[in-house]
Design a protein around this ligand. Structure first.
Ligand code: F0G
Length: 458
């Protein structure tokens, strides 16, 4: 097998950094990954791609059978489409290789024939962040940094802390106090990060971190770091591989800081340019109503500007009012013909329970995708016969508080959404406390048989 691989090993790609606004091409990035000429974001621009593209598809599949960590990683096995990093610097937890599931009950609810979910919560630290982190942390290692840092709503910090630990680096986490889930906080503690809970929101944490990296030799691992974007591209490449390179009509992603949508869109455009896929899926981005600056950019300001806001949503992962990558996201939205939608808190909670009831589950931020799909069906943007893939970004167990409160009926108590939340009671499964006797359990079973749950097995 090794021999087959070395025979068909294609030439490597070559890429350089380029500013998305003024097009300048710095030899290296500044500490804050902003263009020193105009202050906008940088991206990797590929000036050479491997020549033998048809061979790539079989090479990537073959690598799954090789035991080498680099080939076992669902990110690095696609390394021909990524910036090159020497193998000795690579930090991998065998990220990627995440499942693509059918969601038959959710498909019925949404009114589409084919609905699938690419579950990025099935990564080593249980969110999509690992795919970008493996590359960006490896780049920090290659450059000899002792410290890496990020501002986070919880998943980036969990992922960064794990990769830093694996790569013998120190990590500094800035998180908004009281605004991230315990599950995520516990991860960064266990992986050994210096975890600072700042009395501000995510956007406040970002501002302080940007100052810090200019003062201290600390490597910034937020998604303004273009290595993160390159790694997150692989979710889309792997998705196409799982679909045998037949594009779905729609891909739907949650939007927070907008790095992930930018990455998935970049991968789609590159794959299309390389003729790895024949057709571009429409990439659509969904935000929570209370954290919708990008939705407003598109719908109110015609894509001309972003007006930052103070964000509020119980989907804390996407509680972001000033998304860094909005220009990148706007570009991929336009180039793929996708759209943007906003969904309410109750719609998020309801959709999350529906994804759970399909035996899959996800964290609240991921469930905006199904909630958004339902709206896009109603507006006619998505048609019944079209195929749709939702990107689920985080695991159900990331935020058990939200799930338990929902099933107990407490999630919206005392909030303006209390009344609208009535529509979700059919989905609630509060635990039943019983005396320890058989009769009580049988009575509970029979009562459950008599009630008609909103979603039931076929
Ligand atoms: N879903 C989950 C579960 C997330 O954690 C995030 C972002 C998003 C969606 C939105 O992705 O920011 O690329 O648009 N979480 C970041 C964090 C901000 O710090 O963990 P995005």
């Amino acid at each position: 097998m090794e021999q087959i691989l070395s025979i068909s090993q294609p030439t490597e790609a070559a890429a350089h950094l380029r500013c998305i606004a003024c097009g300048s091409t710095p030899a290296s990035a500044a500490q804050d990954f902003r263009c020193t000429a105009c202050g906008d974001l940088l991206e990797f621009n590929f000036v050479r791609w491997p020549e033998d593209r048809p061979a790539l598809k079989s090479l990537w599949i073959q690598r799954k059978t090789i035991l080498k960590p680099l080939d076992q990683s669902g990110v690095w096995r696609f390394r021909e489409l990524l910036p090159q990093i020497p193998e000795e610097d690579v930090i991998t937890l065998r990220e990627g290789n995440t499942p693509l599931y059918d969601l038959p009950r959710c498909a019925k609810i949404a009114g589409v024939d084919t609905l699938q979910a690419k579950h990025q919560g099935m990564n080593p630290t249980a969110s999509f962040k690992d795919t970008g982190m493996t590359i960006a942390a490896s780049s920090a290692h290659q450059q000899g940094f002792r410290w890496v840092a990020c501002a986070s709503t919880g998943n980036t910090s969990a992922s960064m802390a794990a990769y830093a630990a694996r790569g013998n680096m120190h990590s500094l986490v800035l998180i908004p106090e009281g605004k991230i889930s315990w599950g995520k906080l516990s991860q960064s503690l266990d992986y050994g990060a210096l975890t600072c809970q700042l009395r501000t929101d995510f956007d406040g944490c970002v501002r302080i971190l940007n100052e810090l990296v200019r003062r201290k030799p600390v490597y910034l691992l937020n998604s303004v770091n273009p290595y993160r974007i390159e790694g997150q591209k692989t979710a889309a490449i792997e998705l196409m591989e799982q679909l045998e390179w037949e594009s779905p009509d729609h891909i739907i992603v949650p939007g927070g800081n907008l790095g992930n949508s930018s990455a998935i869109g970049k991968a789609l455009l590159e794959m299309h340019g390389l003729k790895l896929i024949d057709r571009l899926p429409k990439l659509s981005i969904i935000q929570a109503q209370g954290a919708n600056p990008f939705y407003r950019t598109v719908k109110e300001f015609g894509g001309k500007k972003l007006e930052s806001m103070t964000a509020h949503t119980q989907a804390t992962a996407i509680q972001i009012g000033n998304p860094a990558s909005w220009k990148k996201a706007l570009r991929v939205l336009n180039e793929t013909g996708g759209t943007v939608e906003e969904v309410s808190e109750v719609e998020i909670a309801e959709s999350k329970a529906e994804i759970g009831a399909d035996g899959i589950g996800c964290e609240p931020a991921s469930a905006v995708t199904l909630a958004g799909l339902k709206k896009l069906r109603k507006t006619g943007f998505v048609k019944e016969g079209e195929s749709v893939v939702l990107i689920l970004t985080g695991h159900l167990l990331k935020d058990p508080d939200f799930t338990i409160k929902f099933h107990r009926g407490d999630l919206f108590a005392g909030t303006p959404d209390e009344q609208q939340a009535g529509q979700t009671t059919g989905l609630q499964r509060s635990p039943v406390v019983l005396d320890p006797n058989l009769g009580a359990v049988i009575a509970a079973l029979e009562a459950a048989e008599r009630t008609k749950p909103k979603i039931q097995p076929e």
